[in-house]
Design a protein around this ligand. Structure first.
Ligand code: PGA
Ligand code: ZN
Length: 424
């Protein structure tokens, strides 16, 4: 049973305040978790509670922290931590808003994940095992950013994430080995070209490119330089994050000051799929463009995974609607988009029921918290997206997954190519 709940202000990878929750059970078990924060957020997401005012650009979270120690603690005290759904529903009811704005999505998600950790600790099990029980689980296929972009790099290029996936790797560990070589090759090439300018928000190289296509060419070259065949061994994955530069069927690309309608946007991204070894695309059109998603999926969903992030916002009902409309083939799962562990799991279950690929994902604002690595394995999501291959808020998650793969030992099966949300 939950005995005490405490909030604390800590700091995220952008140096901004965020919420940590600590949950102690009557038997002494402790759970702790930290809320992440997005930069390219979908409008349907749970909303973080920020103080406003002058301090830290208005981003302080003293109200959300007080909500954890106050209203939330009072609401969930003495509930059974192993009954995650009851705990989460209680917080939703007490909050009373549709988007968790009153108590704060940040306050609620940190508490929800801390309760989950406390329940696993009470059971004496690692979180992934506590979630999986006796069911077989896979170690997920990672999507790893090489170049940042979009809102994470001052819109230097339009595309937000230029990533690699290693469907040809034999294990998660090997996928990291390969990615390390590609990341290194990409950095070396930029250094030699004199364009190396540090890294973007998620640790990918700063996109000092004259066009989106130039970044794609550089990624293809890095994969080849590192000695891998594309797309069988290593493929490209893109997060277009098109909601950042499009709405109402009108898109404005910053790089070449080009205006496109939905059909133009589909042709642009589709052209990249034709020209480059791309096996996954996220948010190719904006969150309000369901017809665009359906048209894109009808055209390319048989050869490329189509992921909804801002479009589906980790919402089970939206996932079911998208499946019925043929408007995606995969769903990104971010616990703080939904706001609770229970709702995140519901979105994952809806994705699986639809035959979608399911990808557990970090945010651009992250911390040392590694909860999502455990969710990805314990829920058998099959795919895992954490950002790039530098900065410890990213590496902490990759490294935690290595530990889990080791703990699984001979029972570890790597999700690999089969985890992708399309059947060629
Ligand atoms: P965000 O972006 O965390 O900044 O919202 C991540 C993504 O779009 O996948
Ligand atoms: Zn995204």
């Amino acid at each position: 049973r939950i005995e005490s709940v405490r909030g604390r202000r800590v700091w995220d990878s952008r140096g901004r305040p965020t919420v940590e929750a600590e949950v102690r059970l009557a038997g002494g078990a402790l759970g702790r978790a930290i809320a992440p924060a997005g930069a390219s957020t979908g409008s349907g997401e749970a909303v973080d509670r920020r103080d406003g005012g002058a301090a830290f650009g208005g981003l302080d979270v003293t109200g959300a922290v007080a909500a954890v120690s106050g209203e939330i603690a009072a609401a969930i005290r003495w509930l059974d931590a192993a009954d995650q759904q009851t705990v989460d529903e209680r917080m939703i009811v007490v909050d009373g808003t549709a988007n968790k704005a009153r108590l704060g999505g940040n306050a609620i998600v940190a508490t929800s994940m801390a309760v989950l950790h406390a329940a696993a600790a009470a059971a004496g099990q690692p979180l992934w095992r506590h979630l999986a029980g006796d069911r077989p689980v896979r170690v997920p296929l990672p999507e790893i950013q090489i170049f940042g972009g979009g809102a994470h790099a001052a819109r230097r290029v339009d595309v937000q994430d230029f990533m690699v996936m290693c469907p040809g790797a034999g294990s998660f560990g090997e996928a990291l080995d390969w990615t390390a070589e590609i990341y290194r090759a990409a950095g070396l090439a930029m250094k030699q070209a004199g364009t190396l300018q540090g890294v973007a928000d998620e640790g990918g190289f700063w996109p000092a490119f004259a066009s989106n296509e130039a970044a794609l060419e550089a990624l293809v070259a890095a994969i080849a330089d590192a000695g891998f065949r594309a797309p069988d061994e290593v493929a490209i994955s893109l997060d277009i994050a098109a909601s950042e530069f499009g709405r109402g069927g009108a898109y404005r690309l910053a790089l070449d000051d080009r205006a496109l309608d939905t059909a133009g946007m589909i042709d642009l991204v589709g052209g990249w799929i034709e020209a480059y070894p791309i096996l996954s695309v996220e948010d190719p059109v904006a969150e309000d463009d369901a017809a665009g998603f359906a048209a894109f999926t009808a055209r390319y969903g048989g050869r490329c995974q189509v992921i909804g992030d801002d479009f589906l916002v980790t919402n089970a009902a939206r996932v079911a609607d998208a499946a019925a409309a043929g408007a995606a083939t995969a769903v990104l799962l971010k616990p703080n988009q939904a706001g609770t562990v229970t709702e995140t799991k519901a979105a994952l279950d809806a994705g699986k029921a639809a035959g979608f690929g399911t990808i557990v994902s970090a945010r651009s604002g992250e911390t040392e918290d590694v909860t999502i690595a455990h969710l990805a394995v314990g829920w058998d999501a099959g795919q895992f997206k954490v950002g790039s291959f530098s900065r410890s808020e990213r590496m902490a998650k990759w490294n935690e997954m290595l530990r889990i793969e080791e703990a699984l030992g001979s029972a570890a099966s790597f999700a690999g190519r089969a985890a992708l949300g399309f059947r060629p």
